[in-house]
Ligand binder design. Structure first.
Ligand code: FMN
Length: 328
C-alpha cells in the first residue's frame, strides 16, 4: 500500500499537491495534522532561492519536525536547480520535487515548468543535476504533455527514471489545456506501464469516489489532491481512510470547526505578519465560507474587515450554518 522511495515511505499514498499561494506552511501543517502521506511546498524558484530573497526562502520553509514534506523547485538552469536543491536538503527537505507541469505563461516563457516537456534533452540534464546534488529522493511532477500533438509524459518519465528520479506525479491534462476539461486519468496508465517507479495520479480528485476511479483508470500507486482540499483540510485523511483503512478523520463541526478556522487564521497572521496575513487569509476564509453557506453580507464583512479582531469575532456566525458533514 505504501510507496517507498529509498528509505522514505509515503504512507498512505495520498498526497497534498503543491499550490502556489495556497500550500504554505500554515496550510501544510493543518493538512498534516489530519494525516497525509506527503505534503509538498509551493513551487520555489530555484535561482531566487539561491539568491536568498527572504520571501522565497519563507515559501520553502519546511516545518522542521514535519517529516513528510517535499520542497518543489522550478527553474530552467541546472546549476541553479542543483544549488537550490542542496539548500533545501540542508534545511531539512526529505524529498526534492521538480516542477515540469506549471502552465503559467510567466513560468513557461522562462522555459521552466511544463515548457520543459518541449525539450526533453534539457529536461533530462536538469533532472540529472538535481539528482547528483542531493542524497534525498528526487521526484518529478508533470502533465500528459505540452498539447495534444505532444503527449510525451511517458518518454519524459522513462528518461527521468533512468536519471534517478524515484516517483512521478502526472496531472492528467496537457499544458495547453491549463485547467479546462476533465483530467484524463486513463491516459496516465501509459506512464504507469512505461516505468518501474511509482506514479501518482493527479487532477480532479476531490474525495474517496474520484480517488478510487482515478486509481482504477490509471493503475497509479497513489493520488495527489489540489483544489479539492481548499476549505476541507481533512480531505486527504478522508480519502486515506476510505481507500487504505484506518480511522475516519474527525471532521470538525460546530465549535470545533470554529476553532479550526480561527486557529488556521491566527497561524497565517503569525507566519506572514498582520498586513500580508490579512490578505493571504482571505482565500482560505472564502473557501471555508463556501462550505458553510455563509450569507453574502456576512461574507463581505469578513473579507473586507481591516482588523483581525473583527474577523475572529465574526467567524462563529459565518460558520453557523455549516453542515455536520460535507460531501466531496
Ligand atoms: C492556485 C494553484 C496553484 C498551483 N501551483 C502549483 C505549483 O506551485 N506547483 C505545481 O507543480 N503545481 C501547481 N498547481 C497544480 C496543482 O498541483 C495540480 O496539479 C492541479 O491543480 C490539478 O489537481 P487538482 O484538480 O487536484 O487541483 C497549482 C494549481 C492551482 C489551482
Amino acid at each position: 500500500m505504501a510507496v517507498y522511495l529509498a528509505d522514505t515511505s509515503i504512507d498512505p499514498p495520498v498526497l497534498l499537491a503543491p499550490m502556489a499561494g495556497i500550500t504554505d506552511r500554515p496550510f501544510r501543517d493543518l493538512v498534516a495534522r489530519f494525516g497525509a502521506g506527503l505534503v509538498v511546498s509551493e513551487m520555489v524558484a530555484s535561482q531566487e532561492m539561491v539568491e536568498a530573497k527572504a520571501s522565497v526562502r519563507a515559501r520553502a520553509e519546511l516545518g522542521f519536525g514535519q517529516a513528510r514534506t517535499a520542497v518543489q523547485l522550478a527553474g530552467r538552469e541546472a546549476h541553479w536547480m542543483a544549488e537550490a536543491a542542496r539548500i533545501a536538503e540542508a534545511q531539512g527537505a526529505r524529498i526534492i520535487d521538480i516542477n515540469m507541469g506549471c502552465p503559467a505563461k510567466k513560468v513557461t516563457t522562462g522555459l521552466s515548468g511544463s515548457a520543459l516537456m518541449r525539450d526533453l534533452d534539457h529536461a533530462t540534464g536538469l533532472i540529472e543535476a538535481v539528482v547528483g546534488a542531493v542524497s534525498v529522493p528526487v521526484t518529478l511532477k508533470t502533465r500528459l504533455g505540452w498539447d495534444d500533438a505532444l503527449r510525451n509524459a511517458a518518454a519524459l518519465a522513462c528518461r527521468a527514471e533512468a536519471a534517478g528520479v524515484q516517483m512521478i506525479t502526472i496531472h492528467g491534462r496537457t499544458r495547453c489545456q491549463f485547467y479546462k476539461g476533465a483530467a484524463d486519468w486513463a491516459a496516465i496508465a501509459e506512464v504507469v506501464e512505461a516505468i518501474g517507479i511509482p506514479v501518482i495520479a493527479n487532477g480532479d480528485i476531490t474525495g474517496p469516489d474520484t480517488a478510487r476511479r482515478a486509481l482504477a483508470a490509471s493503475g497509479a500507486a497513489g493520488v495527489m489532491v489540489g483544489r479539492g482540499i481548499q476549505g476541507r483540510p481533512w480531505a486527504l485523511a478522508e480519502i486515506a481512510a476510505a481507500l487504505h483503512g484506518g480511522a475516519e478523520p474527525d471532521i470538525p463541526a460546530g465549535d470545533d470547526l470554529v476553532d479550526l478556522v480561527a486557529g488556521h487564521y491566527q497561524a497565517m497572521l503569525s507566519f506572514y505578519g498582520t498586513a500580508l496575513g490579512l490578505r493571504v487569509a482571505r482565500k482560505h476564509l472564502g473557501w471555508y465560507m463556501d462550505g458553510a453557506g455563509t450569507p453574502a453580507a456576512l461574507r463581505r464583512a469578513i473579507l473586507t474587515a481591516p482588523r483581525p479582531e473583527t474577523v475572529i469575532a465574526l467567524i462563529p456566525d459565518a460558520l453557523a450554518a455549516a453542515p455536520e458533514r460535507r460531501a466531496a
